[in-house]
Design a protein around this ligand. Sequence first.
Ligand code: SF4
Ligand code: F3S
Length: 130
Amino acid sequence: MPYLVNEKCIKCKFTDCVEVCPVDCFYEGENMLVINPDECIDCGVCEPECPIGAIISDTEDVGEKWLKLNQQYSEVWPNITLKKDAPNDAKDYEEETNKFEKYFSESPGGTDIVKNNNNEITEKRYEEKK
Ligand code: SF4
Ligand code: F3S
């Protein structure tokens, strides 16, 4: 049974979770991450990394909604394996409820590419989905 990201992540997106995942199965939307349930090996190491408890085990009573959402968007959003800065106003949304209805975005997250003075890519923070 995989782990899943729920709506607490929306507009917070702290990304502490991504660097500990041994199989790199986090995917980035515009304002939240999801886990690919087929790739997750259920190791559980990401769960305590999230400072706001947005990662849950599928064994909890979460219903089909979050499983379907994680499945659906992990197929289309880009893979994310490195921590990035949270949104500037992330703290303002930590305690908010019903974030899915208010703020969910289907848009994918961006790719950060860092170039040097010779215009060569020195760092690509998000790998393409394999
Ligand atoms: Fe990755 Fe393990 Fe978390 Fe699954 S439970 S998303 S494999 S860190
Ligand atoms: Fe979201 Fe928590 Fe990861 S806020 S990005 S699930 S650390």
